[in-house]
Ligand binder design. Structure first.
Ligand SMILES: [Zn+2]
Length: 410
């Protein structure tokens, strides 16, 4: 292979930090990816030049000029997106919106296709715009927006998964030049595959334990990185549930990040090990059900409330845990899996019970639902106990339905 010249342009720098997220700055994120990519490309035999290697500012004109004078074969600019709407999410690429060569279109497609395979974010598409660096450069040029720094879930990837971004971009560049590399990221849609694998299991979290499927799925996605974490691969542990002394099953020891005294530190921890992802989901539901501090989430159908309650009850040390879960649910439309019947939902959300409902004919499961709704509506603790003991009679349910039990009776 004749030595191809690749110009990498990490955006911003120096007095210009780019977009600023909760945990990171664009200028730093993209520089880290650029340096990781440079290493891979050089190892593969490419010639590589960076517009900056440190936290300095280079003008847009100079970025293009250096690449033009060097005679780069391709120019790739790295950026992180940002939006006022904190739920905006996804990956996108740009080429110049004026006339471009067929190789420019080919370059965008080659890189876009590979990054989208593994980035773990929604595909916002191949776009065109009048950005200076892609207008002023003479060679095929593409600008990459890896994800939204303003979205906590996107930021988790663009700020903390540097190696993954570099690897996918490296694969895309080799794809453009028609170079075969070993073990490329498979084409299958990892996210669709993950959702299809776990959706029946999260559905049973609702039918058996009244824990909201969308939230369970979001927890699994966040904790396991769509099933790609060490814990998910080595222990089928999707939720990062640790193995305390009461755990009788198998364990593995792996490092983890903990938020302690206002900063992130890495510690070794012992984790529960399962035979499958399904076992992990069932165990997770039982784990929540068994702990009184999660009582408020049982039977609740409002995913925002459930996410916030999990955080409040101390499920995770991450101070942004609830907002991350909510972003994941909304970005992936996970509430589609909260498809319990609408009647049931109405009883829950209104918190009211209808006298005209012929409750005595209802199944045991149905009674349970109604009593749970009564508890949510503020009826006293005796009902929770009765429900948990399984000592609810048809008369009890009738009394609830006809409103002859006094609300908030102590
Ligand atoms: Zn930027």
């Amino acid at each position: 292979m004749s030595k191809k010249r690749i110009f990498i342009d990490p955006g911003h720098g120096g007095h210009d930090p780019g977009a600023i997220g909760a945990n990171s700055k664009e200028a730093e994120n993209v520089l880290a990816v650029a340096i990781a990519l440079e290493k891979k490309l050089k190892a593969q035999g490419y010639e590589v030049k960076l517009s900056r290697r440190t936290n300095v500012y280079v003008t847009l004109n100079d970025r293009a000029k250096i690449a033009n004078e060097w005679g780069a074969d391709i120019f790739i600019s790295f950026h992180d997106n940002s939006a006022v709407n904190k739920t905006a999410t996804g990956f996108e690429t740009y080429i110049f919106n004026g006339s471009v060569s067929t190789n420019t279109i080919k370059l965008q497609k080659a890189i876009h296709e590979y990054i989208v395979r593994g980035i773990g974010l929604r595909d916002r598409g191949m776009k065109r715009a009048n950005f200076a660096v892609i207008r002023l450069t003479k060679m095929p040029a593409v600008l990459i927006e890896y994800g939204f720094i303003s979205n906590l879930n996107d930021e988790r990837i663009i700020a903390f998964e540097i190696e993954k971004q570099a690897r996918l971009t490296y694969e895309g560049i080799n794809n453009y030049f028609g170079v075969k590399i070993s073990d490329p990221t498979p084409k299958k849609d990892n996210q669709t595959h993950f959702i299809n694998t776990v959706k029946d299991h999260v559905a049973s979290c609702w039918s058996q334990h009244r824990i909201l499927p969308s939230v369970v799925m979001a927890q699994a996605i966040l904790e396991s990185g769509w099933g790609t974490s060490d814990k998910a691969i080595k222990a089928n542990n999707l939720f990062g549930i640790k193995a305390a002394s009461d755990w009788k099953g198998q364990t593995v020891t792996l490092p983890t990040k903990e938020y302690v005294s206002g900063k992130w530190i890495t510690v070794d921890a012992k984790w529960r090990k399962y035979n499958s992802w399904g076992h992990s989901i069932v165990d997770h539901a039982q784990f929540l059900k068994e702990r009184p501090r999660y009582k408020a989430i049982i039977g609740n159908t409002d995913y925002k409330f459930v996410c916030q309650e999990l955080q409040k009850a101390g499920y995770a040390t991450d101070p942004a845990y609830a907002s991350k879960l909510i972003s994941i649910i909304e970005a992936n439309n996970l509430s589609q899996f909260d498809n319990f019947d609408k009647e049931e939902e109405k009883v829950y959300s209104s918190g009211t019970l209808k006298a005209e409902h012929d409750i005595t004919r209802e199944s045991a499961a149905r009674r349970k639902i109604i009593v749970e709704a009564a508890i949510k509506a503020g009826y006293n603790e005796i009902w929770r106990e009765k429900l948990e003991d399984g000592t609810i009679t048809a008369d009890d349910v009738d009394a609830l339905a006809t409103g002859t039990i006094v609300k908030n009776h102590k």
